[in-house]
Write a protein that binds this ligand. Structure first.
Ligand code: NAD
Length: 257
């Protein structure tokens, strides 16, 4: 018996086996869910297809979250195959590489808009598409991934921190809108993990190393720890939790020095 038996979950944001979305997809499968996935374009398709096959996940196609047409196509395919949706995982973020180094003040208007569109607005667009499918199941649960840079000024995280602050605010407003339909919306704030996205942030690994030393649990975070908490938040175990940001960071965010 798994904690998400008989649930159908769409996971967006798997790029490779290091992706936090992949840790979540595996845990969802392990706890009994049927998993659906998307991939961002042809280059990633080659990596994502074998991963999906290894957990019997259905691929609902290519999805660039900046395209309304692609969002519509993915959710039309999902409606056709599943008829409804219980869980949605949003693990997507993007900023131009030059905006993840040096001074935040240098960010261009276009770079700022792009980071916020892909990393924050996309959650709103996907939640809107998921709403009728979750309503068809009597409710649902949505989870996004965020980082401490939303609430603290972390060197080099820059515009991504602003995007994560917007994302966390989107979580609260979506929770307010969707609560009456029994749809919960939460964010999981993860500690540093070595992934494709984090490698774009200058000195991220030096900072990650420092974080490990200072966190109360003083070790590196395991992606599986993000997976298990994500599934707990998505499941009925967290039935009374919505609009929240929950930290899975070995306690780093509570420290003062
Ligand atoms: N790695 C960390 O240290 C860390 C810490 C806290 C939060 N996060 C967050 O976790 C989430 C997943 O990142 P990750 O670290 O697993 O890296 P990742 O590179 O494995 O995943 C990022 C995903 O975003 C997708 N993406 C980017 N632009 C997209 C677009 N336009 N359309 C569709 N998909 C797009 C990529 O295809 C990729 O699958 C992100 O929101 C990230 O900010 C990561």
């Amino acid at each position: 018996m798994g904690i998400v038996d008989n649930s159908r979950a769409l996971v967006i944001g798997v790029a490779n086996e290091r992706s936090l979305a992949w840790a979540i997809a595996r845990e969802l499968k392990g706890q009994g869910a049927e998993v659906g996935m998307t991939y961002q374009g042809e280059t990633l398709e080659k990596r994502v297809r074998p991963l999906a096959a290894s957990i019997d996940a259905h691929i609902f196609g290519s999805l660039d979250v900046s395209s309304e047409a692609q969002i519509e196509a993915v959710f039309a395919a999902l409606r056709e195959r599943w008829g409804g949706l219980d869980m949605l995982v949003h693990a997507v973020a993007y900023a131009e590489r030059e905006d993840l180094r040096d001074r935040f003040i240098s960010v261009s208007r276009a770079g700022f808009a792009k980071a916020l569109e892909i990393s924050a607005y996309s959650l709103v667009a996907l939640a809107r598409a998921a709403e009728p499918l979750m309503e068809a199941r009597g409710g649902g649960s949505i989870l996004t991934l965020t980082y401490l840079g939303a609430v603290r000024a972390v060197p080099n995280y820059n515009v991504m921190g602003v995007a994560k602050a917007a994302l966390e605010a989107c979580v609260r407003y979506l929770a307010l809108d969707l609560g009456p339909k029994n749809i919960r919306v939460n964010a999981l704030s993860a500690g540093p993990a070595r992934t494709l996205s984090s490698s774009a942030i200058r000195d991220y690994y030096t900072m990650a190393h420092e974080t490990e030393g200072r966190a109360p649990l003083s070790r590196a975070m395991k992606p599986e720890e993000v997976g298990t908490m994500a599934v707990a938040l998505l499941s009925c175990l967290a039935g009374g939790v919505t609009g929240q940001t929950v930290y899975v960071d070995l306690g780093y965010s509570i420290t003062g020095l």
